[in-house]
Design a protein around this ligand. Structure first.
Ligand SMILES: Cc1ncc(COP(=O)(O)O)c(C=O)c1O
Length: 321
């Protein structure tokens, strides 16, 4: 029988949830055409979270709040609508805490996402792909209202524990990692949790930090995980008046950027990271000096079966000829 050394607790995590956060910042070295020498751009690689995305932070904090308040208790099933990453995060945290999880998602989310969620033991329910994330949101609401006692619904679009996760973790990490020198924060919008919570923390440390949100420039876009606000149900946690600006990015540009980041920086990231870097470069080109931090929400291997990789490179070459 093996014995446990006395100091093992200082070298191990209690559960996988204790590994959420503390992700690295990496400088963008080569993709800086038109950017002044006095401007630095750093990407925060959220793919290093244990569930593979920025959404681990929100999921863990929302479930923690539920446990503290008693609304998440034995016998309950966790239910939410999700475009994918939140589902994976809830499935992971739910499994680690011993709760069943049911997830409503548009039927066209990538096969990798469906398989990962199922592997964590969660039950997927598919909504009409033509209705996008709003269709999943409405179906989930109906399921909850039909049996309210059965479910614990974190409701990431309206739950303040979502932005709070970033106020408590992402913001302080960036502040510390940049020694308080950050001038601009750039993040893409899904629920808006990342941009609102992180932005609030950074502004609480230095009011001058500019907070910039990135969204698809069109209602019919192919940037998985992101919302075009004007044509969507606006999340309750999203307060546009707190932002300094919002930039729309075309799907084609976001996809091209994903290839460029992989080939020029050695980072294989998802479409929303490509969109965020397009926006960050647009901001950076207008500055003489500054330190920008841009969120890369996840890695690209999650999308290998999607349009982004199935033939996109050829389309890109054709387009550029
Ligand atoms: C791939 C991807 N990028 C970005 C985001 C945006 O994160 P947030 O919901 O914090 O706005 C999400 C959220 O679902 C996402 O899945």
């Amino acid at each position: 029988m093996s014995s446990t050394p006395a100091n093992v607790a200082t070298h191990t995590a209690g559960t996988v949830c204790d590994l959420v956060g503390n992700t690295p910042l990496v400088e963008i070295q080569r993709l800086r055409e038109g950017v002044a020498d006095g401007v630095k751009i750093y990407a925060k690689l959220e793919g290093f979270n244990p569930g593979g995305s920025v959404k681990d932070r929100a999921a863990w904090n929302m479930l923690k709040h539920g446990l503290d308040e008693g609304s998440l208790a034995p016998g309950k099933t966790i239910l939410d609508s999700t475009s994918g990453n939140t589902g994976i995060a809830l499935a992971m945290v739910g499994a680690a805490l011993g709760f069943p999880v049911t997830l409503v998602m548009p039927a066209n989310v990538s096969i990798e996402r469906k398989r990962v969620v199922t592997a964590y033991g969660a039950t997927p329910v598919y909504s009409d792909p033509l209705e996008g994330s709003d269709g999943a949101l409405l179906m989930c609401r109906e399921m909850y209202e039909a049996e309210p006692d059965k479910w614990f619904k974190p409701d990431q679009y309206f739950n303040e524990a979502n932005p709070e996760a970033h106020f408590l973790t992402t913001g302080p990490e960036i502040w510390e990692q940049t020694d308080g020198a950050i001038t601009h924060f750039v993040a893409s919008i899904g629920t808006g949790g990342t941009v609102m919570g992180t932005g609030r923390y950074l502004k609480s440390q230095n009011k001058a930090v500019q907070v910039i949100a990135i969204e698809p420039d069109d209602a019919f876009h192919g940037i998985e995980g992101l919302k075009h606000m004007e044509s969507s149900i606006v999340p309750g946690i999203f307060k546009e008046q707190e932002l300094d600006s919002k930039i729309g990015v075309a799907t084609d540009d976001a996809y091209d950027m994903v290839y460029d980041v992989a080939a020029s920086e050695g980072m294989l990231v998802g479409q929303s990271s490509g969109a965020a870097l397009c926006g960050a470069l647009e901001v950076a080109r207008q500055l003489d000096e500054g330190l920008l931090v841009v969120i890369f929400p996840d890695f690209g291997d999650r999308y290998l079966s999607t349009n982004l990789w199935m033939g996109w490179k050829n389309r890109k070459q054709t387009r550029k000829q």
